[in-house]
Design a protein around this ligand. Structure first.
Ligand code: TXA
Ligand code: MG
Length: 350
């Protein structure tokens, strides 16, 4: 994809060291954000490319830096529920109940937007996605900048989401003003996105806050069909982000669902050179190069490593990779959703 953002910026690397120096780092990053600049910041899910959500120029700069299609709306990050009423037409009752249970944390809620939110931030939509992150650095930066922060994942559009500062450095050096290094992300996959603008409410993107968890608060919530099925581009999609190819290494990615032994037999029959994305303990069973993306039966560990593993595929210059998929319960749904997109929905069930 052609990316027209300016690649001549001096990108500052600001490191959180848990020392007295962090004060200066946070203030410098907050000042950049307040003045309309772009700063990659850590959150508990993935790194976000942040800018003032109320400044149309700052939001437009995010799209340019990422090479993101302009109809793919941004998530607005707040530090407190009290910041939400000015951003939306009205606050649905359900929002308060959800906030009490799941915020701060990896949940994003779509509501009708107010006139205060520029269309550059909402991707031209009349709705707005809002999230309150739990990462202390993200929280501090929202507070200190004094503005809500629009922040999509801090990767180049289409590539795997960034789960550490080095991923942001690899993708965004020269395109953003600063990258705040707050270490590796705790969750590893992006937040659960749900819409309160539909009846019934719907999960548009699975994440660490699972459908089962949400059902306790919203018993009638449904999973949007786009989560696990390919929707043609001309169909009106609920979440514009779902229609784009995502998280893709340059390699062809093929998902293979099956137990280790069946998977081993399948792989042994495949011709040519390829790599394998698999689980801890799988390596001795294969002669092809393996990249580990977590432990079988532990979807949280897979969530934490899946994007790094997809980036590794390109670093190893693999042309084709078979991915062993096993778990799709709980946060495993989020891992499976991201892998399906990385594979362009190519999956073999053994
Ligand atoms: O965990 C996360 O959510 C991370 C961190 C940085 O907070 N952010 C993130 O943003 O993943 P992004 O832009 O990469 O993904 C946002 C998704 C996209 O699929 C987008 O289409 C959808 O949310 N979205 C945002 N606003 C929407 C809206 N108003 N209606 C429908 N979908 C929306
Ligand atoms: Mg993204």
């Amino acid at each position: 994809m052609k990316i027209d953002g300016d690649v001549t910026l001096q990108t500052k690397l600001l490191k959180i060291t848990h020392t007295a120096n962090d004060e200066a780092v946070l203030n410098e990053a907050a000042k950049l954000l307040r003045e309309g600049h772009l700063v990659a910041i850590p959150t508990e899910t993935v790194y976000g490319l942040a800018a003032n959500a109320l400044d149309p120029k700052a939001s437009a700069a995010i799209y340019a830096a990422k090479g993101r299609p302009s109809d793919n709306p941004l998530i607005v990050h707040v530090a407190d529920v009290s910041e939400i009423p000015p951003l939306v037409k009205h606050v649905p009752d359900a929002l308060y109940r959800l906030a009490e249970k799941f915020w701060p944390g990896p949940m994003t809620v779509i509501m009708e937007k107010s006139d205060a939110v520029p269309y550059q931030t909402s991707g031209g939509l009349d709705t707005i996605a809002i999230r309150m992150p739990s990462h202390p650095v993200a929280n501090e930066l929202i507070r200190r900048s004094g503005v809500p922060l629009a922040a999509p994942s801090a990767n180049l559009s289409g590539s795997p989401s960034p789960t550490c500062a080095q991923h942001c450095v690899d993708d965004l050096t020269g395109r953003v003003d600063a990258i705040v290094d707050g270490g590796a992300c705790e969750v590893g996959v992006e937040s659960t996105v749900l819409s309160l603008c539909t009846t019934p409410p719907a999960v548009l993107r699975p994440g660490a806050v699972t459908l089962e968890m949400l059902r306790e608060t919203l018993p009638d919530i449904v999973l949007d069909p786009g989560v696990f099925h390919h929707l043609s581009d001309d169909r009106k999609v609920m979440s514009p982000g779902m229609k784009y190819k995502h998280y893709s290494p340059k390699a062809r990615v093929v998902l293979v669902r099956g137990k280790r032994e069946k998977f081993r037999k399948f792989v042994a029959e495949q011709p040519g050179e390829f790599g394998i994305l698999c689980f801890t303990g799988d390596e001795p069973y294969f002669t092809h190069p393996c990249i580990i993306y977590g432990t079988e039966g532990d979807a949280a560990s897979q969530a934490k490593h899946v994007f790094d593993a997809l980036r590794e595929v390109d670093k190893e210059q693999m042309k084709l990779v078979y991915v062993r998929v096993a778990d799709d319960e709980g946060i495993g749904q989020a891992v499976y959703n991201r892998l399906l997109r990385a594979a362009g929905f190519e999956e073999i069930k053994l």
